[in-house]
Design a protein around this ligand. Structure first.
Ligand SMILES: Nc1ncnc2c1ncn2[C@@H]1O[C@H](COP(=O)(O)OP(=O)(O)OP(=O)(O)O)[C@@H](O)[C@H]1O
Ligand SMILES: [Mg+2]
Length: 418
């Protein structure tokens, strides 16, 4: 790991469908993160979270990282990267070993976790995270620290998040082609949740919806873990494309119309407000086209209704029922659309708030909006180190330095054979 005057550097890289962003941070003596630099480039060669052009995406990665390095005055060796496309699964494997009444030692935990490894059925997927969640002692559930207790039987729930291998390999390949190492690849909802949900929300139950440019990830968090995830191949870029197609304007103009005049809620005044835009291919100085805001709203609403319907179906499929008080937190760049939380609250029948990443010292305003939840969350995950068993990313499809200490041994035990 690169060093910054003795402090290890943490580098996060989020390869999205619309932008590639990088963040370099360090930790102070109290383990608080301090951002040294950030960088962003328009994403190329990424569609709905999947790499579709290695050369183009590698270029964007290199540029985003170089910008962050220039701003921070350091160079980095490896990154914590995100995976935000589909094909992510979340399961729980339960295993138990018979101890015969002796006092639980580290060796018992190691044995249990290695038994757990065999139980994890990823059926052709790559394990991104495997968290030994809670232990069970002689049928008593919810034990966090079993060492030192006497037991006949010791069990553990291992929470496993896995993804399809090919798209992960492509991300890994692109990063390595840009001459960077890969510390870990983290499922985007795991990272985003750390950045914009409170610990209490993650503990008591909350749904997180990350509305990106090309992908919308719906995830459930309970007991401090991600317990379910659905990926919807729709995003805010679809709205831009609809506007471009409906009015014959170029994408840049359509994006401006969406961000500046767009909203998820209509108003009677929309009929009287006229908006100008340039017709695609129009010569400079040519007459602009004029549309009413109501016409623009119709296009936006149409797509937002579709996306919200898919989110609703996703939440239902994940079993997000129970107390209506359990909120939905909306993040990702698409959540910056005006009034979208109000609109979704009406359709979903639950409290919906927009979740922006927690404030980090030194994080520039330009990189503190909802579009940067995953990026900030990657840094938080990296910084959380080995303290919280449930937040350790084990996913690594390449080599990784052996971790040390108690948790390190656990990770090693789990990782063998992955
Ligand atoms: N004010 C705004 N109003 C509407 N949409 C916005 C606004 N600001 C940003 N967006 C949209 O957010 C999207 C970018 O979101 P984000 O950066 O989260 O996506 P990404 O990470 O690049 O892509 P993905 O995660 O889907 O692969 C763009 O489509 C952009 O138009
Ligand atoms: Mg994203």
């Amino acid at each position: 790991m690169a060093e910054n005057s003795g402090q290890p550097l943490i580098a996060a890289l989020d390869i999205g469908s619309s932008k590639v962003s990088a963040l370099i941070a360090t930790q102070d003596s109290e383990r608080r993160l301090r951002v040294l630099g950030t960088g962003q480039r328009e994403s190329r060669g990424v569609k709905r979270g999947f790499i579709t052009d290695v050369e183009a995406s590698e270029f964007a990665v290199r540029e985003a990282v170089e910008l962050a390095e220039r701003m921070s005055g350091v160079t980095i060796d490896d990154v914590w990267a995100s995976y935000g496309a589909g094909g992510v699964t979340s399961t729980v494997a339960n295993v138990e070993v018979v101890l015969g009444g002796h006092q639980i030692e580290q060796a018992d935990i190691d044995q249990l976790l290695s038994a757990g490894r065999k139980e994890i059925d990823a059926t052709g997927k790559v394990i991104l995270h495997a968290h030994p969640a809670l232990y069970t002692i002689d049928g008593a559930e919810g034990v966090q620290q079993p060492i030192g207790l006497h037991a006949d039987r010791l069990g553990v729930d291992i929470h496993v998040i896995a993804a399809d291998p090919a798209p992960l390999r492509n991300i890994d390949y692109v990063i390595r082609t840009a001459h960077l190492g890969v510390k870990a690849i983290v499922a985007s909802p795991v990272a985003a949740a750390l950045a914009c949900l409170t610990d209490e929300e993650r503990e008591l139950g909350v749904a997180l919806v990350e509305l990106g440019a090309g992908v919308t990830n719906v995830s459930l968090h309970l007991g401090g873990m991600l317990v379910g995830v659905r990926s919807i191949p729709l995003g805010a870029k679809d709205i831009t494309d609809d506007i471009a197609a409906a009015f014959g304007v170029n994408r840049r103009d359509a994006e401006r119309l969406k961000c500046f005049y767009g909203s998820a809620m209509t108003s009677p005044r929309d009929n009287h407000e006229m908006i100008e835009a340039n017709h695609i291919g129009a010569e400079e100085g040519g007459d602009p086209i004029r549309i009413t805001r109501a016409q623009l709203m119709m296009v936006i609403r149409h797509r937002i209704e579709e996306v919200t319907g898919e989110i609703d179906a996703g939440l239902r499929a994940l079993g997000f029922g129970g107390p209506v008080g359990r909120p939905v937190v909306l993040t990702g760049g698409g959540s910056e659309l005006k009034n979208i939380a109000d609109y979704m609250q009406g359709v979903l029948g639950r409290t919906v708030r927009v979740g922006r990443p927690k404030t980090l010292a030194g994080l520039p305003d330009a990189h503190s909006g909802a579009a940067f939840s995953t990026l900030v969350g990657l840094a938080c995950l990296a910084a959380s180190g080995t303290g919280d068993l449930r937040d350790i990313a084990l996913g690594n499809i390449t080599q990784r330095k052996p971790a040390r200490g108690f948790v390190g041994r656990m990770i090693s035990a789990l990782k063998q054979g992955y």
